[in-house]
Design a protein around this ligand. Structure first.
Ligand SMILES: Cc1ncc(COP(=O)(O)O)c(C=O)c1O
Length: 460
């Protein structure tokens, strides 16, 4: 017999520890509990339907309720439920590595599996450190990343993360991580102190800050730069034209690895298999996870340029790093089935064709006084909320608290839209629906946002 709803909700209060959540918010209210998904929609424990405007957490690319993916998992669990990649291999991890290498740009042929994104980031930093020791540049160990960027919670990945509030409680973290400005063109003047730059000029300026940081730290000590194709935290900052091309030049000039953290941006989120492909750059390492299985089973990966593997090919050299569940057979089998869906249903083409439509719907909200900026790419968009559109004045901490936590998060959800209202940078709403979504879902997103944001403005 299944447990009654009230028991489940009680146990959620009593036993579950939610991630990145203020539990105090649920002292009086029940914890929203999702029981089922179908396509672009999810259903809560009371049977109410919501549009999944965040694909779970930038994960459910192929949509909910795909029996084909569940069957791939069941079949693999029966055949070989588990075997590690520690000195042994299994066919699904081999096949998946080959398939990822085929999709990855340039000579990014070497796939190291993890169970998620933070582990992939952690792995990339450790590889960068060891690689430079092996090639005779042992001082190179530091990493550069961008302000407000989120790169995960393990202590190395958290050190790379640029959100001070998420780090303070866990300091001291891994030393040797340096911040540079991000690509928030909407706030270009505030960030750079220079008025009137074009997007290209700002991109050049922001990329050059990386060169400056390398010079200041000492090029002999810097191992890698971590950057997302479109930065998530802060609200979807796309790269200005030329940004990544300049970053590539800088990394080559100083012999620093360019790590493209594509935990969100890979697997079609931007309409390309890997995020860097959208902006025509080839990194040295890609970190990815989330959408690889559309969330039907967890997996992550670090995909490295073949030359980074070269020093590990001979003698007694080993990358002393691994995860019991990295490249789990069930997850690998699901990832392969997920990639089959991508090909069969042309999900990349679907996103690319629909990007202008989605963008248009969201940009139509710019007539609202609270909507300052709409930015993003593919099926990954942020809407920045402001107090004054002309001056771009943002909300102070108390106002943001009232707006985001006190009103918007609940109101959007109550109106049937699951998405993210976030104030890790300036207040934003983020949208990243499953990649199967189309005009009907965009219309629904626009209409809910319009009514909730109109009401939010009245309450200010
Ligand atoms: C860019 C980026 N890197 C790393 C991570 C961490 O991934 P995970 O939560 O799978 O450890 C995330 C998670 O959202 C992310 O967006």
């Amino acid at each position: 017999m299944t447990q009654p709803e009230s028991d489940i909700l009680r146990a959620a209060q009593d036993n579950l520890w939610l991630h990145f959540t203020r539990h105090s918010a649920y002292q009086q209210n029940e914890i929203p509990t999702i029981v089922r998904g179908e396509g672009s929609y999810i259903y809560d424990i009371h049977g109410k339907r919501y549009l999944d405007g965040l694909a779970g957490l930038f994960v459910v690319q192929a949509g909910h309720g795909r029996s084909e993916l569940a069957e791939a998992a069941a079949k693999q669990a029966q055949e070989l439920a588990f075997f590690p990649l520690w000195s042994y291999a299994h066919p699904k991890a081999i096949e998946l590595a080959a398939r990822l290498a085929e999709h990855a740009p340039g000579e990014l042929n070497r796939v190291f599996f993890t169970t998620g994104g933070g582990e992939a980031v952690e792995t990339a930093w450790k590889l960068a450190k060891q690689y430079y020791k092996l090639v005779g540049k042992p001082l190179k160990h530091k990493v550069i990343s961008r302000q407000i960027a989120y790169h995960g919670t393990p202590q190395g990945a958290l050190s790379i993360t640029g959100i001070p509030a998420f780090k303070q409680m866990f300091e001291p973290l891994v030393p040797g991580s340096i911040r540079v400005p991000n690509t928030n063109y909407y706030r270009a003047e505030e960030i750079s102190g220079v008025a009137g730059m074009t997007a290209e000029e700002y991109g050049r300026w922001a990329a050059d800050r990386v060169a400056q940081a390398i010079e200041m730290e000492g090029p002999d000590t810097v191992a890698a730069v971590f950057a997302e194709p479109v930065q998530n935290a802060g609200g979807c900052f796309p790269p200005p034209p030329g940004y990544f091309q300049r970053l590539r030049e800088i990394c080559d000039e100083y012999d620093v690895l360019l790590v493209s953290d594509e935990v969100i941006c890979a697997f079609g989120r931007l309409g390309t298999m890997f995020g860097g492909q959208k902006f025509d750059y080839v990194p040295d390492i890609i970190t990815c996870a989330k959408g690889m299985t559309s969330g039907y089973s967890p997996i992550g990966a670090m995909i490295a340029h073949e030359r980074l593997f070269e020093p590990f090919k001979s003698g007694d050299t080993m990358f002393a790093h691994g995860y019991t569940f990295g490249g789990h057979p069930v997850s690998a089998a699901v990832a392969l089935a997920n990639l089959d869906i991508f090909e069969r249903e042309d999900l990349l083409g679907h996103v690319t064709r629909n990007e202008p439509v989605f963008r248009g719907r969201l940009e139509s909200l710019k007539d609202l006084p609270i909507v300052g900026d709409v930015r993003g790419a593919g099926y990954f968009w942020g809407i920045e909320l402001v107090k004054d559109k002309d001056t771009k004045e943002t909300f102070d901490a108390a106002e943001s608290e009232r707006l985001i936590r006190g009103y918007l998060s609940h109101a959007l959800y109550d109106a049937g839209l699951y998405c993210r209202a976030d104030d890790r940078g300036d207040p934003v709403i983020q949208l990243a629906p499953p990649l199967i979504a189309g005009e009907k879902e965009f219309d629904e997103i626009e209409s809910i946002l319009r009514s909730v944001l109109t009401e939010a403005w009245k309450r200010l």
